[in-house]
Design a binder for this molecule. Sequence first.
Ligand code: SAM
Length: 337
Amino acid sequence: MRRTGEDTGAARATSSSGKSGRREPNRRSDASKPDRTTPPAAAEATITGQPMAEAFLESGLAPGLYLVATPIGNLGDVTLRALEVLRGVDGIFCEDTRITAKLLARYGISTPLAVYHDHNAEQVRPVILAALHRGERVALVSDAGTPLVSDPGYKLARAAIAENLTVTAAPGPSAALTALILSGLPPDTFFFAGFLPPRQTARRRALERWGAVEATLVVFESTQRLAESLADMAETLGDRPAAVARELTKLHEEIRRGRLADLADHYRDAGPPRGEAVIVVGPPERMEPDRGEIDGLLRAALAELGVRDAAAKLAAETGLPRGELYRRALAIRDEKG
Ligand code: SAM
């Protein structure tokens, strides 16, 4: 068995039992103080030190990196397979050991925990990659929901893929999809944009860029900024239908639906609500074209241009589909003749 001598994030995932580390209780004795600062001791830190084949046979899990989704509020929302993976891997990397320890305790799982978050990722990533190269099974979870989605893990998964290591997932909850399906807005095409920029200038610039996207827009936002962000959205995107999905899967779950300006007024008057929220905004609303007006414009264009050019000119001016305008222009030309 190999161990590093230091008690680090990585070393905490290292077995000291001489057997598999999988049954070892979480090493963090003081669960109120997560280890957010200490880097791993060395890149050769091991998760179990147990020979790969032995470990594989014991848990039935193949070696590799497991990206595991966890609940976004209600601890009951964990999949059977997520539990199987979390129980079976050699070590779990998480953002905050206090939060993940609660989930593990609820399901009687004692897999060793270690920390992987934005502040130690550069040091811990090589440790995890080294463990994977030795054939260990490593799970990555975030505090809530699906790792990598506005949470740490992308660079780790990318590096593991680049090094031809197995990367797989135990999918499950995500606040973005849960908000989308509860919003009452079209779910067929959506654009998830992560967190809105916190500063107004950057936020407005981003919203202006996204405004033309023909999709339902889904963004994460702090409840402290809901009123100002909704007001910015109303101004830059137009007063579209929207929903604020708050405290999803929790006791005080609330989906507030309405036009952006009304939602902005509500949160301005009521003050910032508690908890976490996702904003969902409907796609750009196509103005129903006034047929008579379009025909008049086409006739004017046809007085100077051919059918194809007249349709292209109007498509550029109105945003209406060029094919539709072309067919209408043909009909008008044929009437004339
Ligand atoms: N990776 C996570 C996921 O897949 O759901 C998202 C993590 S991101 C750091 C956290 C943001 O997700 C919050 O600020 C909020 O916008 C949203 N969120 C997470 N849990 C939520 C919940 N229960 N209700 C509403 N929004 C939630």
